[in-house]
Write a protein that binds this ligand. Sequence first.
Ligand SMILES: [Mn+2]
Length: 348
Amino acid sequence: MYIRAQKKIDKGASITFQKKLSIIHTEEYQNGVYMYKQAWQKMLDANHIVLVSHVRPDGDTLGSTLALYDVLLSVGKKVTHYNKTIELPIAYDFLPGFSKIKNVLPKSFDLVVSCDCASFERLKIDSGTYEMINIDHHITNKYFGNINLVVDRFTSAGMVVYELLKANHINISKESATCLYTAIADDTGFFVYGDMDELTFAIVSQLVKCGANPKEIASKVKRRESLAKIRLYGYMLNNFDLHENGKIATIIFTQKILLATGATINDTKNIINMLRSLVNVTIAIMILEENEGGYKVSLRSKDINVSKIALMYNGGGHKTAAGFEVSFCDATVLRDEIVEKIKRIDEQ
Ligand SMILES: [Mn+2]
């Protein structure tokens, strides 16, 4: 993998690609494995490791951290898995270690390892004297760790964790394989979107060999929707708007709608993908009113770089999936403003 990527650089890869690589691999590029070894050594040297998955977790952040949880416990490390969110999405309750996730931090710890978090704020922890390893694949990652394993060409943080384990010759148990498979599958919409390549499938193939069960994982994650979520789909399909000759689809979910359908924030996860699937739509936008006020905005595109829009509002994400939060506004005014910004990006 590394040699192939090196060739890409020689041919003149984009500036972003080179910049990110130089940050991931501080030494010469051929020594890319060096950073994975450094990270693993830091974990072995720590007394108490806190693994952190991001707020409102998805399968990637949970799968990546829970795989590390399994591995670190198996080598006898003291580990706590922390996630600030009180109501974790039940779609992932089958992941080994899920029931061990705590929403309070231990009194003392000396190393924090985050997976799938683009910014320190997403961790919801106070800064302190501990060291940090930042494992991620977001193009908007802020490089907040002492060690940053950020590979933005990977479709999931799970792939970075896999590479970390491989580089250190660590045995992948059935449990950690299940977690990593879920991470990779979830972030690609079960192999529908994202820049998947042969490496994605080579890793997935290895994970199946290690005991991950694709059928079982797919039915746990994808076939246990709540009635409220199905009702929310119904509302969305009847009430979405189209703009710019049908190229942009938008939906606003108010608290009133959530209450009427009985849906929780977890039920809104990925619901917007259905609007993106409409033939002429290039970008789909979901604006969600939060119960503490303010709005969470999710942007999904087929190809346009929507992380540019998210960055304008201090958010982040990936090229085709990004988001941000705003603390006040009128939802329809916000929607029209975003549509205007997209038009301008499109014209550039
Ligand atoms: Mn991810």
